[in-house]
Design a protein around this ligand. Structure first.
Ligand SMILES: Cc1ncc(COP(=O)(O)O)c(C=O)c1O
Length: 388
């Protein structure tokens, strides 16, 4: 039995009872608590149309809550639409000189990669670094760094394999060379405890619809205190320090806020931000370390089942190198996804296999059930891969 099996958390997530929901790396299902917070927001919109100042007070409360959750200062967090927006703010915020280079792992999430690849037209060289040992650390990048390397863009946990990259080792090895490490925490936040200052990174971008349990359409960007290295591409009143209270825009020089609020340009995704407040309360009530351990235990169980069926893992097996919650089974038979879907199992086919991903709401029984379904499906579509 895994750590949180009988904790009552499952009751929060009806979708996990209605389906065999093993797809947290795609989107986590809505919880009752988050739904109640959304209802509260929409009720106040329906009955009182605000008032907006109260909605905005709530935004600042949630920002502070998120800051505490990440062990950072609220001024250094900007709310964004998604991970991609945060990464683009970083890639576009720097004046690149021709010949500057940035390092990315081969196989990076495309939304991370394209943010940097699009800057090649500004003279940035993008170096794709092989991901040979299935997780990355300082050694992975060492021979690709030279004195023109200005940044490394990296997913903390990679979506296509579940590998957990050792971000702290990368920053430790590169800090004295002035290389900015920009981390994408979309697949780790809410599942792996994140004490951002200890990572030594320059920026962290994420969305909130996976481990942070909100609907889609909200993200955040944290940048280190020297944010003014980054120039925003878009500018609006929210990001301007000398905007006038009477909202008259004058021809005076624009003074951008010295913190990450310079990246906020207009009205917020209020319902999603309010929802994030409730989601953070739920996550804190369970404890991220417990979510990590619980999903690791489900992963141990899944690996045992995969071994017994002769099915390999695309990503690493060792706990220290794998994410607790994402497992890609080395199964490429085209008929398998449909067969699992017919049996109400929600997983994601990804480029190298079938991705099974857990959330706090999954239980050991879910994994057992998945194993039974997989064993049956494999009788008509036998596994060809070896155990890796
Ligand atoms: C590692 C990673 N980065 C970025 C994204 C895309 O995020 P967004 O839609 O928030 O830009 C995903 C998946 O959705 C992801 O897994």
């Amino acid at each position: 039995m895994a750590l949180l099996d009988n904790s009552g958390i499952r009751d929060q997530f009806p979708a996990a009872d209605n389906t065999l929901y093993l797809d947290s790396a795609h989107q986590t299902p809505l919880s009752r608590l988050v739904r109640a917070e959304l209802d509260r927001f929409y009720d106040s919109a329906l009955t009182l149309a605000g008032p907006k100042y109260l909605w905005l007070e709530r935004v600042e409360q949630v920002r502070a809550k998120l800051a505490t959750f990440l062990s950072v200062a609220p001024e250094q967090i900007a709310f964004t639409k998604n991970t991609s927006e945060g990464l683009n703010i970083c890639a576009n915020g720097v004046q690149w000189e021709p010949g500057d280079n940035v390092l990315l792992l081969e196989g990076e999430h495309p939304n991370n990669a394209y943010a940097w690849l699009s800057k090649r037209s500004a003279g940035l060289e993008v170096r794709l670094v092989p991901n040979d040992k299935k997780w990355a650390d300082a050694d992975t990048f060492a021979s690709y760094i030279d004195d023109r390397t200005r940044a490394i863009g990296i997913s903390h946990v990679m979506f296509h394999s579940g590998q957990r990259n050792d971000v702290a080792s990368i920053t430790a090895a590169t800090a004295d060379r002035g290389i900015a490490v920009v981390a994408d925490s979309m697949q780790s936040v809410g599942v792996i405890p994140l004490d951002v200052p200890t990572l030594g990174i320059a920026a962290l971008a994420s969305g909130s619809h996976k481990g942070l349990l909100t609907p889609q359409g909200l993200g955040f960007l944290w940048t280190a205190a020297d944010t003014d290295r980054l120039t925003p591409t878009y500018v609006g009143t929210a990001g301007i320090a000398n905007a006038r209270p009477d909202l008259v825009a004058t021809a005076d020089p624009i003074e951008l806020r010295a913190n990450s609020h310079r990246f906020e340009i207009g009205n917020f995704n209020l319902p999603a931000i309010h929802a994030l407040g409730a989601a953070l309360d739920l996550i804190e009530s369970v404890g991220v370390a417990n979510i990590e351990e619980h999903t690791h235990e489900l992963g141990d169980q899944l690996i045992e089942i995969a071994d017994s069926l002769g099915v390999g893992l695309v990503g690493p097996r060792a706990r220290e190198h794998r994410s607790p919650h994402i497992y890609v089974l080395d199964l490429t038979q085209p008929e398998l996804p449909a067969s699992l879907a017919e049996n109400n199992a929600r997983v994601s086919p990804v480029r190298d296999g079938i991705r099974v991903s857990f959330g706090m709401y999954n239980t050991s029984d879910d994994v057992t059930r998945f194993g039974e379904l997989l064993a049956t499906a494999l009788k008509t579509a036998p596994a060809t891969a070896g155990v890796s």
